[in-house]
Design a protein around this ligand. Sequence first.
Ligand code: GAP
Length: 438
Amino acid sequence: MDKLVSLAKRRGFVFQSSEIYGGLGSVWDYGPLGAELKRNLKERWWRSMVHEREDIEGLDAAILMHPKVWEASGHVAGFTDPLVDCKQCKNRFRADDPRLKGPPGDPDTNCPVCGNKGTLTAPRMFNLMFKTFMGPVEEDAAVIYLRPETAQGIYVNYLNVLQSSRQKVPFGIAQIGKAFRNEITPGNFTFRTREFEQMEMQFFVKPGADQQWFEFWKAERMKWYQGLGIRAEKLRFHHHGPDELAHYAKDAYDIQYEFPFGWQEFEGIHNRTDFDLMRHQEHSGKKLEYVDAAANERYIPYIIETSAGADRAALVLLVDAYREEQVEGETRVVLRLHPSLAPLKAAVFPLVNKDGMPELARRIYDDLRGRFNVFYDDGGSIGRRYRRQDEAGTPFGITVDGQSTQDQTVTLRDRDTLLQERVGADHVSEYLSARVKA
Ligand code: GAP
């Protein structure tokens, strides 16, 4: 992980938030390459959910919602972690922190930070939602929350989407957006952060058809990640046992990846039953039934949810792509990202900065720029330039050499095989489009 974190900073994937002020705990910023990677990931998700399917519509709900939403959803009462404070050093721990040996609150338990005995409090519940104030005068203003999940924006809009899009059950609503949780033990780089992005899809089905749709989405989501080029042996399902199930779920699977710090969830598939719509119906007083005119029946749909973290999935892509390989007696670091996800699709290099090479290289670069995110690099030895692009995960290197100015061909270097082939300068664009397609 340390090597990946350092590469991420060096190449401009991820920076610590507010770094010049010492950083803000577990908040991260995406640099030029990271922003592209995450965007490519989100675009693939949106395309597979919204554009390629007739039965899913997109939504972009606001982060701020009526505070009653979070009462109805159960978050005000139940979105809590049990915490233990050290009265001596003031550090705070989750009660299930493995460093707290012995039962929490046990006076013999040592504080894992200051080492004092008997200074830990009994566990107390701590709500993970961020609060803020709406209105000009803080004292009189309503307390509202930054959403801890995007899902609720979908539930409260389900009838609006249904009616305006003229969909019929079964159908889904997909959304990508920020969510916020005041996590107590965040960490492992971008794995658990306080501000993050979710890609959630809620699929509304007739009660009774729920388990079948649950199985469908479970298989579909695993297939999708494998299609992104993530190694199958690093992916697995984790079935929630009765003690792990969230209060709203009848059945749940996590999709886990084997990170350097162990197998961890990065997407959850839940059968949420009619819990959410029932609760919103009760709390809002508005009927949220689906009316099936053809069958002359009405019911509250069941919901199958696929909930992915965009940041966590982007971290999976980085971890899975990171390789150290021996090439000609040297170690090369390479990100073997799927070309469709790679931030830069190609880099253009004049072999030397003379004899007409920069002019031709610039012309090729300018031609490609309108269609692909490409990079121009004329600094340092060609070997150094290749290595920089390997670390950035750029799948193709286009080199303009002495022969190029004679016959208008360039060499195309493949990041993974290291094979080089000569291609006509006019065919580079066609070559790239065939290879960077999803
Ligand atoms: N609507 C259901 C829901 O939010 P969740 O399991 O709490 O379920 C779903 O979150 C996904 O969101 C997780 O699998 C993870 O990828 C991402 N996620 C949750 N908390 C996160 C955090 N603190 N930092 C980064 N990603 C997080």
